[in-house]
Design a binder for this molecule. Structure first.
Ligand code: RFL
Ligand code: PHB
Length: 389
């Protein structure tokens, strides 16, 4: 089989790229290791920047989001001293959209089906070949046979554990990493959200986050030690701990119920440079990971897709390569901005095992600045709604 752009990975990066390229008349094949049901069962991000909303609209899959998504003008920050609000719209004139990654992925699959795009699920042992030449190809196994796809370009959208990044020789690749000494235990429950906007809580017992997917579906997180297992946490234990960490008035009124999903995610900052090697591009989690505190992971995947789509449209439209040549540098500039923000949000909101009294005072001072200085709030708001593309 031959295509113009072979896309490894059918998560949000791969599907969004494929959808934008197909709509622009550029042929793609998406290779996904899992089944569609499995991809759609993952519960991940929940907050979309305006830039991502715009891109989904441009891809022709924003209709359901416009009907069901919840635009949020701000969020709450809670400390033992009390709760205050950061109004993004007042500070920087923009808002965010609360709409789950699961819904985004479902909308992208529906849009891809509607235009007859080629998505091959359960593609095993995907391997990338000759990416340093102008005739790269991909092989994979399915139904006991080995298949080959020749392409002009390969987009590695296969997440942190994918094969694409590892195809770039270690001598070329630079990796930057920070691992945090805790994880997030998350639950999804069919209950009304605890508040009208998200609550990020700094508490002596550890960080907590009250989020939502819609008005009958809540998402909550607790900072937990990396040694904790999901089985250690009954629903009752989760709700009891959450109530201790959230503001008292919120906890008192909070609706609780059985969890319909419960998982633990480790926190990590990771960047690989460069994001292009020959005819291979890395996109989204294949190239970078952020801790979820700033809600940036999915949004960074979208900005990567934006830059790559720009470059590939130029290549197929005008035959020039300035856009694809600039891809890695353009994407990395924005990625490092989000790395800084996610690291900062993580550092001001969590309790670190080796935190000294000095560190504690600095954390309190950071939060006080947010509460009392317009300039501190507007820097946070600018980053939260998303740095410009
Ligand atoms: P994905 O979503 O990981 O999709 C990659 C796809 O590639 C497939 N794949 C392969 N296919 C073929 N051959 C191979 N060898 C393959 N290896 C992998 C996988 O099956 C998968 O379908 O990456 P993508 O598309 O770049 O999207 C990125 C986002 O998913 C990610 O940034 C966010 O979900 C990160 N993230 C969160 N971001 C937020 O902004 N807010 C959050 O609350 C949030 N929570 C999370 C998260 C990521 C998590 N992970 C990765 C464990 C919670 C979790 C648990
Ligand atoms: C979520 O709703 O899953 C969510 C929201 C905001 C974050 C992280 C996760 O910062």
């Amino acid at each position: 089989m031959r295509t113009q752009v072979a896309i490894i990975g059918g998560g949000p990066s791969g599907l969004l790229l494929s959808q934008l390229l197909n709509k622009a008349g550029i042929a793609t094949v998406v290779l996904e290791r899992q089944t569609r049901v499995y991809v759609l069962s993952r519960i991940r991000a929940g907050v979309l920047e305006q830039g991502m909303v715009d891109l989904l609209n441009r891809a022709g899959c924003g209709a359901r989001m416009a009907r069901q998504g919840l635009p949020h003008d701000g969020c709450y920050l809670s400390t033992v001293q009390g709760q205050f609000r950061v109004d993004f719209h007042e500070s920087v004139g923009q808002r965010v959209m609360v709409y789950g990654q699961t819904e985004v992925t479902q909308d992208l699959y529906a849009a891809q089906d509607a235009i007859g795009a080629t998505i091959i699920h359960e593609a095993a042992n995907v391997a990338l070949h000759d990416v340093e030449t102008e005739a790269p190809f991909v092989t994979y196994e399915k139904d006991g046979q080995t298949h080959r796809i020749d392409a002009d370009w390969i987009a590695g959208c296969d997440g942190f554990h994918g094969v694409s990044r590892k195809t770039i020789p270690a001598t070329v690749r630079r990796e930057f990493e920070k691992v945090y000494p805790f994880g997030w235990l998350g639950i999804l429950s069919e209950t009304a959200p605890a508040a009208d906007e998200l609550i990020y809580a700094n508490h002596p017992r550890g960080f907590a986050l009250a989020s939502m997917r819609n008005l009958r579906l809540s998402r909550y997180y607790l900072q937990v030690p990396l040694t904790d297992k999901v089985e250690d946490w009954s629903d009752e234990a989760f709700w009891a701990e959450l109530k201790l960490r959230l503001p008292q008035e919120v906890a008192a009124k909070m609706e609780t119920g059985p969890s319909i999903e419960k998982s633990i995610a480790p926190l990590r900052s990771f960047v690989t440079e460069p994001m292009r090697h020959g005819r291979l591009f890395l996109v989204g989690d294949a190239a970078h990971i952020v801790p979820p505190t700033g809600a940036k992971g999915l949004n960074l995947a979208a900005s990567d897709v934006h830059y790559l789509f720009d470059g590939l449209s130029e290549f197929y439209g005008k035959g020039t390569t300035s856009g694809v040549d600039a891809y890695s540098a353009r994407a990395l500039k924005r990625i490092w901005g989000a790395m800084r923000f996610s690291w900062w949000m993580t550092s001001i909101l969590h309790r670190f095992p080796d935190q000294t009294e000095f560190d504690q005072k600095i954390q309190e001072s950071e939060l006080l600045q947010l509460q009392t200085l317009d300039s501190a709030r507007s820097t946070m708001a600018r980053n939260y709604v998303g740095l410009p593309y």
